[in-house]
Design a binder for this molecule. Structure first.
Ligand code: CTP
Length: 400
């Protein structure tokens, strides 16, 4: 994806550079456009070095770049699949909201037909000012996206709303805007379960598993980027992805209840959670003390979230499960596919701790029509994109 990052004059300009770097690392071609005020906080050389691309705007060193001598603002405006301004000052938003343009960034913002995203950063009183809020509302009215500033300690020493949003969230928002959408998934409501569940023994002890939830979160991002309306029910401690309504849960029972509330309005379910199959029979009110004799823990079964939703499926709802297997992978997963009445299942080989943590992973897709070609080995973000492509194509082919 070709992304133009506009950087304007504020102390958060260095985080605009971090955004350019993050997007470059995620495999996009990133070009920066620096305003005159921005260039007082950060240099064109920094941005060109981080992106491997020329930097435009207030950048005498790189101004010689001209692909077929043309009109620079129009050419850049056409080049970009998405334009993201981070940090965005009150000034640049005010200009664009009112059709003013007197430098490269403000002219290309009027010339572009690509999606535009704003990540504002300023003093909290400036952000709250009715003039700024009116401009933000106007920009949203043009169809632009605004990644709202976060609350926190501002550079001016005040506390409040005005801090630039997290760089990873802005990068997510950029990727969401530029798709590409999958025709079988765009606009569809998809529920995703992710993460471990935790079954408490007492106020301090819990039974859980080694899942972090990273794969489910990457799937939520990838389905969202393909245009789906994703809802996430998430166990564990990882931060929720940007733009995905998320219900946080601890136990299998809580996960089931959260999913049941959402399920009637969904087109499909992706069950990536590592749900605990057992919980302690009782959860003590107070911390349990050491005993004298042999200590036993009585376990009882938790509800199966996927099977319960499958048993309550509507005619057009589909279900995609995961199977964590350490042996007889395909036969075991195929048995789960049939037992839980799923449309598809992805087999995860968990022998020797594989499938957990950060390393590249492989998934074998199986549907009611049989085993398909393996996906991976790929890091989790790319593997999630491969799953989304495979599943979108399969749904498209089935006409669901
Ligand atoms: N699953 C679920 N609720 C449970 C257990 C599993 O929703 N209580 C879902 C998982 O999210 C996954 C699928 O069912 O999509 C298979 O999970 P897995 O742990 O591989 O298998 P189990 O059904 O638990 O069977 P077993 O532990 O016997 O392999």
């Amino acid at each position: 994806m070709k992304i133009l990052v506009g950087i304007t004059g504020g102390i958060a300009a260095y985080r605009g550079a971090e955004l350019a770097r993050t997007l470059t690392k995620r495999g996009h071609v990133v070009r920066c456009c620096l305003t005159e005020a921005g260039s007082r906080f950060i240099t064109p050389l920094t941005l060109a070095s981080l992106t491997g691309q020329p930097c435009f705007g207030a950048n005498p060193e790189y101004h010689e770049w001209r692909p077929n001598p043309i009109i620079e603002h129009v050419d850049l405006a056409r080049w970009a699949d998405v334009v993201a301004v981070a940090p965005a000052t009150a000034d640049i938003m005010g200009k664009t909201a009112n059709g003013l343009a007197n430098d490269l960034l403000s002219t290309l913002l009027l010339a572009t037909t690509a999606p535009v995203l704003w990540a504002p950063a300023m003093n909290k009183a400036m952000w709250a000012h009715p003039a700024v809020q009116a401009n933000v509302a106007r920009l949203k009215g043009f169809g632009h996206t605004v990644v709202e500033p976060a609350e926190g300690m501002l550079a001016c020493g005040e506390e409040g709303a005005g801090r630039l949003a997290e760089v990873a969230d802005i990068a997510d928002a950029v990727e969401t805007l530029a798709g590409p959408a999958h025709p079988a998934l765009a606009g569809r409501a998809i529920l995703i379960t992710a993460g471990p569940t935790q079954e408490d023994l007492d106020p301090v002890r819990t039974l859980t598993n080694r899942s972090s939830g990273a794969m489910g979160i990457e799937l939520a991002r990838a389905f969202r980027n393909a245009g789906a309306r994703v809802s996430l029910v998430l166990g564990g401690d990882l931060p929720a992805p940007w733009g995905v309504p998320t219900v946080r849960v601890r136990s299998a029972q809580q996960m089931l209840e959260a999913c049941q509330a959402l399920w009637p309005d969904q087109d499909g379910l992706v069950a990536a959670a590592a749900v605990a199959d057992q919980r302690p029979q009782t959860c003590a009110q107070e911390k349990v003390k050491k005993g004298l004799g042999p200590e036993t823990l009585v376990l009882v079964r938790t509800p199966d979230v996927l099977s319960t939703l499958s048993a309550n499926r509507g005619r057009d709802q589909w279900l995609l499960g995961f199977a964590a297997e350490s042996e007889a992978h395909v036969p075991n997963a195929t048995a789960k596919l049939h037992m839980k009445h799923l449309d598809g299942i992805l087999v995860n080989d968990i022998r020797g701790g594989k499938g957990f943590g950060l390393q590249a992973n492989v998934l074998i897709p199986i549907t009611t029509s049989g085993q398909a070609e393996s996906l991976g080995p790929l890091p989790k973000d790319q593997l999630a994109q491969a799953v989304v492509r495979w599943w979108g194509d399969w749904l498209g082919g089935k006409g669901k």
